[in-house]
Write a protein of this length. Sequence first.
Length: 220
Amino acid sequence: MSGWRERLLVLSLFTVAMAYVESAVVVYLRQVYRITDLLRDTPVRPDPLTPIELGREASTLVMLFTVGWLAGRTHAARWGLFLYAWGLWDILYYVWLRVFIGWPASLGDWDLLFLIPVPWWGPVWAPMLAAALMMVVGARMARRSEEGWSIRLDGLSLGLGGVGALIALYTVMAPALHALPGGLEAIGRARPTEFLWWLYLLGWGLVAFAGWRVAQGRPS
């Protein structure tokens, strides 16, 4: 447990700065595409910036994984700190956007969450709820692992967590998935009209149960 608080503080400081950079990039993109309303103004066709944006999203995850790996002292702690950093980054991303441009105005505002492999749409509260879960489960997993507890993904947790993740992912990918038969342009034009919040919360709850069960660990 040597230097646990110091390592967590440094990881958190990195995440604060990374969220600032990520938010700044999104502010620039909104200016480039003249976006004031995401549902109305988001481009529907790929352009030269699209592959760059996809690469940026993937690179963000690589960076978060890297710092989590460097901060952890055990294999499970590294994965846990990766989840913690990802969650904190996601929450602070919205905090910085609120500071920069006054958006989101509310937790119910629609956001384009991710582009890989298809666009994800959801109200701001949905990714923030997922991010809070990642922070709590990740920090608990890392702490327990470094205290000597065994962190294992058993069959029940894997099954419940997998089903919950698929349910939650469906709710944010639903517009794009329903548009798949129409091709890339139809996917780009797809917009949400409602959010199946009860289905999302069901998926989130299953993942939360499975994640906390794993994060508790077992005596070595």
